[in-house]
Design a protein around this ligand. Structure first.
Ligand SMILES: Nc1nc2c(ncn2[C@@H]2O[C@@H]3COP(=O)(O)O[C@H]4[C@@H](O)[C@H](n5cnc6c(=O)[nH]c(N)nc65)O[C@@H]4COP(=O)(O)O[C@H]3[C@H]2O)c(=O)[nH]1
Length: 836
């Protein structure tokens, strides 16, 4: 019994301990244990005390109020919870999560595990369950999810391609940008060898593969083809993970590369022609020189400029000018060997570098090719155009060893070549640098010439061929340099034009000339027009008209006394502006002349648009006007043009009587030149004008004249014989000894028949007669030969240069017969001309 009691006590003791233990666990454990009724609202029958610590409620709150639990379930979760609960009867177990309201009002996430407790006969008895607070896990999950969404958004939106490959190189994943740019969806891309599909070019494929397999993560530029055939330039980062898988992060850099290439082109290439520019030229030349030092070869640097390009550009318009430069560039490139360089520095300035020349002379064939190729016509829009180029050459190592030096020297040589006219070619010499230095020092002293009063004006008379009187003077600038004496304007005006000094100098000229004209008026000299040369810079100034108004106003000179001489090229620099300025000048009554006419464009088109008064025939055509049929024809054409446009025409540089007679016969209005007077200082001009009231006599050409024969022969015997034979004849006989004199006599006198020996000084007889025919087609021409060279004479007859030839010694009978026929023939020609 005692034993029993002891046992019972022990049992009770153990049960008490276990209960206390259980109570303790239920109070401090993390799980809230409960039991619940089987039906809604699932009233709680038991709940562990730790509910208070975890959710703030007392167990009593649940047990006393049947729907206490259900009402604490988050309204959004309630339906789900109820639905779940129903499934408990099917599965006996249930695990789910929902939000339960804490006593202080906020919700906690609960993991709820439930078991259905059944009786021995299987009937459900009650629900037993536990809650574990998983709020923190849920928060961590939500944060993770948010983070993942954040990453996903980035991966989807980021404008870079991302591709993931497993250690075997199989594609695992692509982001949207990659799908979009490559054109394959991830699923499609997984089905194919995406690397091969993106790199159809074997070289590109090898490069891509090598990049992929590189053991060290790095950057690489790969060219890939998208599914639709677009070629993409891409830049990739290749990242390798410890498991051998890789991620490629790539960017489409097609535009960037194109921009980079464009930038490269802009930095190194001329945008208009695509040729290297100064930058790249310096670089190439430096490399060429380094190579040449090793190989001991010559290098030639050619500076090339197009002759009168500015004129072409201004008259045709800039787009045609650009097209011309492009065409020139491609022709130049075609002339060069591989490795040589053609560059454009700007405007019409080109530089060519010829390398690997064993001899200096090796440059010559290329130069010839260049000059020839540029002379072939250029088709610009609808017009054919002809141009030529000038070239200056410097050599390594002869002229210099540095790129900069050689370029400068080629430029100096080019400058010199250009000054020599079209198609000039100059090889650099040290003397040219001296010349450049001289020019610089001239430029320096020109700057102070005005201030120091070293500039003067001389005046050259201009004479009317109609009445022989002085009609005006041209003001010509003179520079009396303290050490160098008189310097010609031809030397310093181009310099002043280049450096802009022409503007103040030109203003001074206008002022001085107008003031001088006024002084002559005041002192009672005959009224003289004063012609002043204008330079382009002066004329193109916006304030030019205001300047003229001011000068005329200051001097009190009538505008009609002033004549401005303007060159064609000046007008072409800004055609539109020029027309406006010319009209403004014309409105004021100022006379306008085109100087040096015939040397520029001489285009009828623009002549008609300018309000001009006078054309001045350039002295280049006047010099040989009586001796060169071409010059005679040009001068005649200019005179005819002036007549048809109702302009006055003046010839400049007239030195000989024959020129005067010729010009008079062709109805040129006026002349200027040493024949009349050299330019004179102002104090000499007035007395000169007073003394020389009437300078030119009326021409005998055109008036009635006796039949005239001109004999040109330096053979005294022949001359004497002829004179003897012709003694009784009613011919006027003119004689001279050489061809040039003969041509001058033809200009001065109306000659019906001309006879010339074959061997006369200055020109062969046939050539003399040819020119005579070209200039005076109505003159009948006879050649006197010593030893007949039949083929020459027959040729001359056939081409109409001579009418007849007579062999020396000439018999009286033959001569008389020949002259009779010749004069008769001349009469017939005259008659024909009269009848039209
Ligand atoms: N061989 C020869 N020459 C003759 C004869 N008659 C006149 N000359 C020269 O021919 C030039 C005529 O002037 P230009 O054609 O206007 O050519 C002028 C003109 O273009 C320019 N120039 C002269 N003065 C001025 C000026 O004040 N302003 C501007 N902008 N240019 C000027 O300088 C150029 C040369 O002037 P210059 O040396 O004075 O040369 C002058 C004159 O002295 C002749 O019978 N035979």
């Amino acid at each position: 019994m005692q034993n029993y009691r002891r046992k019972t006590n022990k049992k009770a003791q153990a049960s008490k301990v276990a209960q206390a233990r259980l109570q303790h666990l239920l109070t401090v454990g993390p799980a809230i244990i409960y039991s619940r009724m089987l039906r809604a609202p699932y009233a709680t029958t038991f709940i562990s005390d730790n509910i208070q610590a975890q959710m703030g409620y007392r167990p009593k709150d649940f047990i006393d109020t049947p729907d206490f639990w259900l009402n604490r379930v988050h309204p959004e979760d309630r339906d789900r919870v109820l639905t779940k609960l129903k499934s408990l009867f099917r599965h006996n177990k249930l695990y789910y999560e929902y939000r339960l309201q804490h006593r202080d009002g906020h919700y906690r996430w609960i993991h709820n595990g439930q078991h259905l407790v059944r009786a021995a006969d299987g009937q459900p008895l009650e629900i037993v369950g536990y809650w574990i607070d998983i709020t923190e896990r849920k928060q961590a999950e939500a944060a993770l999810k948010q983070h993942q969404e954040f990453l996903q958004t980035i991966l989807d939106r980021i404008p870079v391609m991302i591709a993931h490959f497993d250690p075997q190189g199989q594609l695992q994943w692509l982001n949207r940008e990659a799908e979009h740019l490559l054109g394959w969806s991830l699923e499609e891309a997984k089905q194919i060898d995406i690397l091969a599909a993106c790199s159809p070019d074997p070289d590109d494929y090898q490069k891509t593969l090598a990049f992929m397999q590189d053991a060290h993560p790095r950057w690489g530029d790969l060219r890939i083809h998208s599914r639709n055939g677009r070629v993409l330039e891409t830049r990739w980062a290749n990242i390798r993970f410890s498991d051998g898988s890789r991620i490629g992060i790539g960017k489409d850099v097609t535009e960037y590369k194109a921009y980079e290439a464009q930038l490269e082109r802009q930095t190194n290439y001329d945008t208009l022609t695509g040729l290297p520019n100064r930058n790249l030229l310096q670089d190439r030349l430096s490399h060429a020189l380094a190579r040449a030092r090793r190989t001991r070869q010559w290098v030639a640097v050619l500076g090339l400029g197009l002759d009168h390009f500015k004129l072409i550009n201004d008259s045709l318009g800039h787009s045609a000018g650009d097209a011309l430069l492009q065409a020139v560039a491609s022709r130049l490139e075609a002339c060069l060997r591989e490795g040589d360089t053609a560059a454009r520095l700007g405007g019409d300035e080109f530089v060519l570098v010829l390398e690997d020349l064993p001899e200096k002379t090796g440059v010559e064939p290329t130069i010839q090719r260049i000059l020839n190729t540029l002379e072939a016509p250029f088709q610009l829009e609808t017009q054919e155009f002809f141009i030529s180029a000038s070239i200056g050459v410097s050599f390594f190592p002869q002229d210099g060893r540095k790129a900069r030096t050689l370029l400068k020297q080629a430029d100096i040589a080019l400058h010199r070549a250009k000054n020599q006219g079209r198609r000039g070619l100059q090889y650099y010499t040290p003397a040219m640098s001296m010349e450049t230095i001289r020019r610089l020092s001239l430029e320096n002293s020109l700057r102070s010439a005005l201030d120091r009063g070293e500039l003067k004006l001389h005046y050259q008379p201009q004479v009317s061929l109609e009445n022989g009187r002085v009609m005006g003077v041209e003001a010509l600038l003179r520079w009396q340099h303290p050490h160098r004496g008189w310097i010609s304007p031809a030397q310093f005006i181009p310099l002043a034009e280049e450096n802009g000094l022409i503007v103040p100098i030109g203003e001074w000229v206008l002022n001085t000339a107008c003031a001088q004209a006024k002084t002559w008026q005041v002192t009672g000299e005959p009224p003289l027009t004063i012609a002043v040369n204008l330079s382009a810079r002066q004329f193109l100034q916006t304030k030019f008209i205001a300047q003229i108004d001011q000068i005329l106003g200051q001097c009190g000179l009538a505008a009609k006394v002033l004549k401005l001489e303007i060159t064609e090229s000046l007008l072409m620099q800004d055609l539109k502006g020029a027309i406006t300025t010319l009209h403004a000048l014309k409105e004021r009554g100022i006379q306008l002349a085109i100087d040096d006419f015939g040397t520029g464009y001489s285009s009828l088109n623009y002549l008609k648009r300018f309000p001009l008064d006078q054309l001045k025939i350039d002295r280049a055509f006047i010099r040989d006007i009586t001796r060169e049929p071409d010059d005679a024809a040009i001068a005649q054409a200019i005179i005819a043009l002036a007549h048809s446009l109702k302009l006055e025409v003046m010839a400049e540089g007239v030195e000989r009587e024959a020129q005067v007679a010729f010009l008079q016969a062709k109805r040129c209005h006026a002349i200027q030149g040493y024949y009349v007077s050299r330019p004179l200082p102002p104090e000499q001009l007035a007395p000169w004008v007073r003394e020389n009231k009437r300078l030119i006599q009326a021409s005998e050409i055109g008036s009635g004249h006796p039949p005239t024969l001109l004999l040109v022969d330096d053979d005294p015997l022949a001359a004497a014989t002829l004179q003897q034979l012709l003694r009784e004849k009613p011919y006027r006989l003119l004689t001279c000894r050489d061809a040039l004199e003969g041509l001058d006599l033809l200009a001065v006198h109306p000659v019906d028949v001309v006879m010339a020996g074959q061997r006369i000084p200055k020109m062969e007889g046939v050539e003399f007669l040819r020119r005579a025919r070209d200039i005076y087609p109505k003159t009948v021409r006879i050649l006197l030969t010593d030893q007949s060279n039949k083929s020459t004479e027959v040729d001359a007859i056939n081409e109409g240069a001579i009418f007849k030839f007579l062999e020396k010694p000439i018999s009286e009978k033959n001569l008389k017969a020949a002259l009779q026929v010749a004069f008769l023939f001349h009469n017939v020609l005259q008659q024909r001309a009269k009848n039209g």
